[in-house]
Design a protein around this ligand. Structure first.
Ligand code: ZN
Length: 371
């Protein structure tokens, strides 16, 4: 489930989609062309239904991207960094690189996406109603209006991590000034809605034999997991409170000179403790990270003559942290990164590197300490 493909950037925000979206796309086209459009607009040919469904699915896909861009632009205006937008099985997820700064900021960011969906839904529904296009075009527009409004209603459920859950958390956070308490309540609502959807989905399947209940149950299952993720994240953030990257990093790491061959570098390591990655340097500049797998997994004849710089992960593909960054920020960056390891700089100079297991070790120690 973790394969994401980047399709481009809009307003500087990276847009990716998870392969699971291809399945959803195919399912939507199938269901819409064989049952939704034939019952909404009877009498058209099956080729017409197929075209309507493909166009509707593409525009729906763009609508979800616009919804997430709404969140992202408002987030940026509220001083938050945006990692990117990923579309996956049940819609879009805007990835933020840090926590919300205030209840007001979370409220504005949370409501921005539904505002876009409302505008899109009203636009498509209005076009379908007020204009006189062919049946096929009006039908497609009407359906797009309907599903955008459905997306709006679903996202406004007061269940974290849905948008309505963010609005709820912002309100509770504002009322009591306690972010952790507000998160627990809003995430509990998320789990409640999750169970409710699984229950009603199962009921629909059993009582009517209709498979639409399966969708509802799946969405409920996703919501259950995501709400649990919010609570786990909160626990991690609480355990890491007050810690900085400098407290967790490996200091003065062994570095790999960019212009050595892998063979030369491997020889220089003999007798030293092996790490799984090595920062790559050249004339005092840090260029990237060399994974140990690049040299140890295959027979030496295959890699001995290659240069370190040709085998490394370049710096723009790995998290680069400052030693003064918060441990929570480091966790966010490392979780999102390709290899879960990052470089640590101080005033532009390499001072260490950090891996997600460094953060995990502290999390284990601190939660064991609390028990
Ligand atoms: Zn949203």
């Amino acid at each position: 489930m973790n394969r994401n493909f980047t399709i481009g950037r809009i307003a500087g925000i990276r847009i990716s989609f998870n392969w699971s979206w291809l399945i959803v796309f195919a399912l939507l086209v199938w269901i819409w062309s064989t049952s939704v459009f034939p019952s909404q607009d009877p009498g058209l040919s099956s080729a017409t239904y197929l075209v309507m469904s493909v166009i509707a699915a593409i525009v729906f896909f763009l609508s979800i991207i616009l919804h997430e861009i709404g969140h992202s632009l408002v987030a940026r205006r509220n001083g938050m960094q945006i990692e990117g937008i990923t579309l996956w099985l049940f819609g879009g997820v805007a990835q933020f690189r840090e926590m919300f700064r205030s209840p007001g900021a979370e409220f504005r960011i949370g409501i921005a996406g539904p505002a876009v969906s409302l505008a899109l839904g009203a636009f498509f529904a209005g076009m379908a109603r007020l204009t006189t296009f062919s049946t096929a075009l009006s039908g497609t527009l009407a359906w797009l209006g309907y599903i955008n409004l459905l997306l709006l209603v679903f996202n406004l459920l007061p269940a974290l991590p849905l948008d309505g859950g963010r609005v709820l958390r912002a309100a509770l956070w504002k009322a009591k000034g306690d972010f952790a308490w507000a998160t627990r309540i809003a995430a509990a609502c998320g789990r409640g809605f999750g169970y409710l959807m699984i229950g009603s989905g199962a009921f629909v399947v059993l009582a009517t034999g209709s498979l639409s209940g399966v969708w509802l149950a799946l969405i409920g299952w996703f919501l259950l997991g995501a709400a649990g993720g919010e609570t786990r994240y909160l626990k991690a953030a609480e355990a890491l409170a007050g810690l900085h990257v400098r407290d967790l990093m490996t200091r003065e790491p062994v570095t790999a000179p960019a212009d050595e061959t892998l063979g030369e570098f491997a020889d220089s390591l003999s007798g030293l403790t092996r790490h799984s990655t090595y920062p790559v340097v050249s004339n005092g500049d840090v260029l990237g990270l060399l994974p140990l797998g690049a040299i140890s997994n295959r027979p030496r004849g295959e890699w001995g003559d290659r240069l370190v710089r040709d085998s490394m992960l370049a710096r723009d593909r790995i998290p680069v942290l400052d030693s003064e960054d918060s441990a929570e920020n480091a966790l966010n960056e490392l979780v999102g990164g390709e290899i879960h390891r990052g470089l640590v700089l101080q005033d532009g100079r390499l001072v260490g590197f950090i891996s997600i297991s460094d953060v995990g070790r502290i999390l284990n120690q601190r939660s064991a300490f609390r028990r």
